[in-house]
Design a binder for this molecule. Structure first.
Ligand SMILES: Nc1ncnc2c1ncn2[C@@H]1O[C@H](COP(=O)(O)OP(=O)(O)OP(=O)(O)O)[C@@H](O)[C@H]1O
Length: 601
């Protein structure tokens, strides 16, 4: 999170105000019910202190046994009110808190989903989720602490202070004089805690991401016997967080000696004063007891109020991070803003496109090429050559640093994001399936597709060939993230989803890497068939797929090194030959289309 967005204590107030005003009103009825309980509870607590005077005076001075019945009844009544009020407050506050937490989690996740893909680069997914969960809870705690717990403490304190003032104004003034000293010391502690708390959420997110990473990679870890390394790096992160927690705890614990000594000092002072007043100035023991009861009852809420700022400051660090996310603008252009794209033929053109992920070397250096409508194009290159970056740019997942990209003759930077993505179907390297049935996942390609259309996409992508052996066919559940399917089966479902989308351009980014030869041939045959009236851009490593393309682009270290048919490239491109380990003298006779038929059949 950027340093300039870190807010000072002075700026925390508008953020607190925003937090409360944005999140409390939707739950105002429940909140007000809770507030009523709070008022009742505070009144009952003050009533206790008040009743002390009559109780002591009736028993010890007036020796009036009959009055005790009334006082006992009042105590039972006040206790019942206090208990019922506490019950009501716990229920209402708990419900408001939970509702706010889920609102804030929802808001953060919605914004995250709409952010430019650049925000996800070099970040572990678990970090985002951990922060979203933690920050939402922190936001709700700030709201509840300030509007409910603190309100309850303030009301109780006001009630008890009134009892104290009525009983003994002079001593009330003496007690009040100690307050500034306590608050001053508390604010020093608060500042220290805030600076410590800054790193705490970051450390918690780190623990989460190291843990998730290890679980994700459990097969690799086991096969390389790296369990000890994984455990050590998790333990290191956990220890770091523990140390930070200990520091925070030690600092905030300083509050207790401060408050206890301050409180003890006032009680001691009061005892001296009270004995002098009772013995010399005719004050009744009842008045003395009422004051001391009010003081002792006020002590806990006062202690909580003194440290409320400490707690709030700790939580505000997370709230700042939450608003950093919520306030991050959505992808540079709103999904629906921009020119509309209609009747797309499916031509793609790159003009001098450069892009860098921010590292030392750009991923693409001024690349230009054109794909004709309905052309079947393959892109090849060594690992890291920039092939996936091309796909990301076509889909406008990222914006080029320089140059322009056109669909037909329209600059995609000016077209609405929704229209760009409506016209391109992607089968990505990393297959993503939602938990649900195979059919549901295919339907995501085009939600209004008929069952018949889904069946034919499944047939073309060779999903039917494995699904028909499953008990529930296409209605078989794929499990979380598609965990019930094999890598190749997942790829086939993803291909069916892309085919169903029926977009004029379809992009396969290593989409058949997990398929066996027979299934790959069948899937690519369908894609490269001239009858398949789509522009096809295919990043592949298998020569059989590549040979069948109309044209092949060869990328090397972010540069378009060559382009042509398989025969042309095999004859003249050193890079192409080296990628596929081709001999210069290899017989290169067939044309692309003939090859397509012979290779694929
Ligand atoms: N998220 C990222 N953050 C930083 N650099 C990246 C990121 N993704 C890719 N790169 C860099 O950009 C360059 C091009 O990457 P790209 O993924 O486009 O290559 P590729 O040709 O698709 O590779 P592969 O065949 O291995 O998938 C590489 O040097 C890579 O290190």
């Amino acid at each position: 999170m950027s340093a300039k967005r870190r807010i000072s204590a002075a700026l925390a107030y508008p953020l607190v105000k925003r937090l409360i005003l944005e999140n409390l009103p939707p739950h105002i009825k429940l909140y007000l019910a809770g507030l009523l309980c709070t008022i009742a509870g505070a009144a009952a607590t003050s009533g206790f202190a008040w009743i002390m005077r009559d109780m002591i005076n009736s028993i010890y001075i007036d020796r009036n046994a009959a009055a005790v019945w009334g006082i006992s009844a009042a105590i039972i009544g006040l206790s019942a009110v206090k208990g019922i009020a506490a019950y009501g407050q716990t229920i209402t506050t708990g419900n408001v808190r939970r509702a706010i937490v889920s609102d804030l989690q929802h808001r953060q996740f919605s914004r995250l989903m709409r952010l430019d893909i650049g925000h996800f680069v070099n970040q572990h997914p678990a970090k985002f989720i951990s922060k979203i969960m933690f920050n939402a809870r922190a936001g709700a705690s700030v709201i509840i602490t300030l509007t409910s717990n603190t309100a309850s403490d303030v009301l109780t304190l006001v009630g008890l202070a009134s009892v104290m003032v009525v009983q003994d104004p002079t001593m009330s003034l003496v007690s009040a004089a100690a307050l500034p000293v306590i608050f001053l010391s508390v604010s020093t502690i608060t500042r220290k805690i805030k600076s410590l708390a800054r790193g705490e959420t970051e450390l918690a997110a780190q623990v989460q991401s190291i843990g998730t990473e290890a679980i994700d990679g459990i097969r690799t870890i086991k096969s390389f016997q790296l369990e000890d390394k994984a455990i050590a790096s998790f333990a290191k992160a956990v220890r770091k967080m523990e140390r930070r927690g200990v520091q925070i705890n030690r600092t905030s614990a300083l509050m207790s000696p401060l408050m206890e000594t301050g409180g003890g000092f006032i009680i001691g002072l009061f005892l001296i004063y009270a004995s002098w007043q009772t013995l010399g100035n005719g004050k009744t023991p009842g008045e003395f007891m009422a004051f001391i009861t009010a003081f002792l009852l006020a002590y806990e809420p006062a202690k909580r109020l003194a440290r409320v700022n400490v707690d709030i400051q700790k939580l505000m660090v997370a709230v700042e991070q939450m608003y950093d996310l919520i306030d991050t603008p959505e992808q540079r252009q709103l999904a629906t803003a921009g020119e509309r794209l209609t009747g797309v033929e499916g031509g793609i053109r790159f003009e001098d496109v450069a892009f860098s992920y921010g590292g030392n070397s750009p991923a693409l250096h001024g690349v230009s090429f054109e794909v004709r409508p309905r052309e079947k194009l393959a892109i090849v290159g060594r690992s890291g050559a920039g092939k996936t970056t091309i796909v990301n740019l076509i889909l406008r997942l990222m914006e080029p640093d320089r140059g322009r990209i056109f669909i037909d003759d329209k600059d995609i930077a000016k077209i609405s994001l929704a229209d760009v993505r409506d016209n391109i179907a992607l089968v990505s390297q990393d297959i993503f399936l939602f938990e649900g049935s195979i059919r549901d996942n295919i339907r995501d390609g085009r939600p209004n597709a008929t069952d018949q259309e889904i069946d034919s996409a499944a047939e073309l992508a060779r999903v039917t060939s494995f699904a028909s052996n499953l008990e529930s066919g296409l209605d078989t559940l794929v499990g979380p993230g598609g965990a019930n399917l094999s890598g190749g089966q997942k790829q086939r479902v993803a291909i069916a989803r892309a085919l169903l989308k029926d977009a004029p351009v379809i992009v396969y980014d290593e989409a058949t890497s997990a398929l066996d030869g027979e299934n790959e041939r069948a899937v690519m045959e369908a894609a490269f068939d001239d009858a398949f009236q789509r522009t096809v851009i295919c990043i592949a490593h298998r020569l059989s797929t590549i040979k069948a393309a109309d044209r092949i682009l060869v990328f090397d270290a972010g540069i378009l090194a060559d382009s042509g048919t398989h025969e042309e490239l095999a004859r003249r491109s050193e890079i192409y030959r080296s990628i596929f380990h081709l001999e210069t003298s290899a017989p290169l006779v067939e044309s692309g289309k003939k090859l397509r038929q012979s290779v694929l059949r």
